[in-house]
Ligand binder design. Structure first.
Ligand code: PLP
Length: 421
């Protein structure tokens, strides 16, 4: 192996003020799947991050609903460093106390009040991998007699081939066809869903709130109806809580809040679960908990004790600091505040997963996002008319208020600019 003399030394160091150099090196080394990165970030603490030019931002996106305790939370740092310096990885030929404890804890979180003996967990590494596992569980249910798997229009379940087959957006799917078969998309409407359901359906997968679609909660009552319809047809109900779970929406699971009392067969988790370390989980109950048998699924990294320890620390901290309740209270107050701003047409979502819909006069949401970034706030624009807020659940009232103030100023100046033009 030879190295070219001009290749930069892999130091991971940065020189303040050379963002353009990093962006160029990114473009020359990283596959162009995400577009140009908006900033080069070098440090984070709580709800703040700093870029390589020393500018500070309030992070209202949290790595897309991941950093639920903010950046560098001591509970996560201690859990990860403690576990890594004790035992970092063992493969699934072995187990560790952290893996077992996490599985037990997740069963109690997802299915409170149910006998734990009925449920089982599979630990994975990401959201798409959790949904891929759920898809395989669905395939094992009914076999050739149940070839169909229903998903909703505007769904997002991930980018690997199976999860992609259940993701609605044609631009994500079509370049990769043929995808695993049997996936069908149904509008989020009770009557249509009822008509599409049948005894040849293995599963229905739903997000309680469609995050990538612009933070769109399912119509009132639809989740409960989905449970009823799937039970009648003998199909599994898979609830994708990858973005909505782990306290973000104001309860441990969004379905606890939106359809209290329903029991999904399978629940998938990722994003907030590890507080920043990559981990996904599939929690299943009843027959669905036993559909994957020995040799039918696997992963080298899944259940890794470092990630499991991080997840346990996240859960302990969320519980001790009552952060799901905090998400509910702050989210309620904040969404009222945001909905009252000029240029905002509605605020959707629950807890600290909010979609701020903008009036047309404001222009493209991506332009608003860029202005907010210049003023020190990180948000994203999942749709041309919607900003998404998914901050750490530790966000202070003062930070939320400061954002409302700045967003109000940005939107006012954009609408007056528009009116003058
Ligand atoms: C982000 C997301 C996924 C995919 O998770 P990855 O970790 O990016 O693979 C799946 N489902 C939903 C609802 C998501 O928001």
């Amino acid at each position: 192996m030879s190295t070219t003399p001009q290749s930069p030394a892999p130091t991971g160091m940065y020189t303040p003020g050379d963002s353009s150099a990093w962006s160029q090196r990114y473009a020359d080394a990283v596959m162009n799947t995400f577009g140009a990165p908006q900033r080069v970030l070098v440090r984070g603490e709580g709800a703040r991050v700093w870029d390589d030019e020393g500018r500070q931002y309030t992070d209202l996106l949290a790595g897309i609903a991941v950093n639920c305790l903010g950046h560098a939370h001591p509970a996560v740092v201690d859990a990860v460093t403690g576990q890594l310096s004790t035992l970092g990885h063992v493969s699934n030929l072995f187990t560790t106390p952290a893996q077992v404890e996490l599985a037990e804890t997740l069963i109690a979180l997802v299915y409170p009040g149910l006998s734990a003996a009925e449920s089982r967990v599979f630990l994975a590494n990401s959201g798409t991998e959790a949904n891929e596992t759920a898809f395989k569980i669905a395939r094992r249910h009914g076999g050739a007699d149940r070839p169909r798997v229903l998903a909703l229009e505007n769904s997002f379940h991930g980018r690997t081939m199976g999860a992609l087959a259940l993701t609605h957006k044609a631009a994500y799917r079509e370049p990769f066809e043929p995808l695993p078969g049997g996936g069908e998309f149904v509008p989020a409407d009770a009557d249509t869903l009822r008509a599409a359901m049948g005894e040849d359906v293995a599963a229905l997968i739903v997000e309680p709130i469609q995050g990538e679609a612009g933070v769109r909660p399912l119509p009132e009552g639809l989740l409960a109806t989905a449970r009823e319809i799937t039970r009648e047809a003998g199909a599994l109900l898979i609830v994708d809580e990858v973005q909505t779970g782990m306290g973000r929406c104001g309860a441990w699971m969004a379905h606890h809040l939106l359809a209290p009392g329903i029991i999904p067969d399978v629940v998938t988790l990722a994003k907030g679960l590890g507080g920043g370390v990559p981990i996904g989980a599939v929690v299943a109950t009843g027959q669905a908990a036993h559909l994957l048998g020995p040799g039918q699924h696997g992963t080298t990294f899944g259940g890794n004790p470092v990630c499991a320890a991080a997840a346990l620390a996240v859960i302990r901290t969320l519980r001790d600091e009552h952060l799901p309740e905090r998400a509910a209270a702050l989210g309620r107050r904040w969404s009222e505040q945001l909905a009252a701003l000029p240029g905002v047409s509605e605020v959707r979502g629950s807890g600290l997963l909010l979609g701020v819909a903008l009036e047309e006069a404001v222009g493209h949401a991506a332009e608003v996002r860029d202005e907010l970034m210049d003023r020190g706030f990180i948000v994203n624009a999942p749709r041309p008319d919607t900003l998404r807020l998914a901050p750490p659940l530790i966000l202070s009232d003062a930070d939320a208020d400061a954002f409302s103030q700045v967003l109000g100023e940005v939107l006012t100046s954009r609408t007056t600019r528009e009116a003058r033009a």
